[in-house]
Design a protein around this ligand. Structure first.
Ligand code: AMP
Length: 173
């Protein structure tokens, strides 16, 4: 046996098995982009007018089982986002007076958007830093879908299942 040979020790195996489970490493493995997510999810987008009331908004959120609506003007241009959080905040401030209020008075006007070519990992970082869970997608200035934190997590879970299946096939042959 060559003198340089060192039998593997338990700590060596532990070191080589160590995999960082950060958001960055999990998502960047596949370098998934917003457009790949939209291909899987579809580009359905539910919008509301700034002139509508919060009563209409809560009906829409409840019917569609979603957490936010994009607010568009009469030309279909993005002018805000209204999430269930905005409505809950208003309800706490003005109980009994909230539902007749206009969407325009409660929505967030400075909307952070992403583009189809953006990497999902950067979108996730921006959502985490900004503390919001929804990000509308703009392609050449036009609305092209919406990405939510739930969508990103779902996509990653599907990728992990796929990777596990590939590993099983490798082992079984
Ligand atoms: P969310 O976590 O998405 O329900 O939203 C939390 C807060 O962030 C609410 O006040 C929303 O109006 C706001 N918000 C949601 N999405 C965005 C976005 N993409 N850009 C800016 N603000 C947002």
């Amino acid at each position: 046996m060559p003198t340089s040979y060192q039998a593997p020790m338990r700590k060596d195996t532990q070191q080589s098995r160590h995999v960082s489970q950060t958001q960055q490493s999990n998502l960047s493995q596949e370098n998934a982009s917003v457009s790949e997510l939209l291909k899987a999810k579809g580009d359905a987008l539910f919008s509301i007018s700034p002139e509508d009331t919060l009563h209409t908004a809560v009906q829409s959120l409840s019917e569609k089982k979603i957490g936010a609506l994009v607010v568009t003007d009469s030309a279909g241009k993005l002018c805000g986002i209204l999430s269930e959080r905005d409505i809950v905040r208003k309800l706490a401030e003005k109980p009994g007076e909230t539902l007749p209020l206009k969407v325009a008075d409660v929505m967030t006007k400075d909307v952070v958007t992403c583009a189809p070519d953006d990497a999902l990992v950067t979108v996730l970082q921006r959502m985490t830093n900004g503390r919001f869970r929804h990000m509308p997608v703009l392609a050449d200035g036009a609305l092209a879908g919406i990405v939510t934190i739930g969508d990103v997590v779902n996509l990653r879970l599907t990728q992990l299942e796929h990777e596990a299946l590939q590993l099983k096939q490798l082992i079984v042959g």
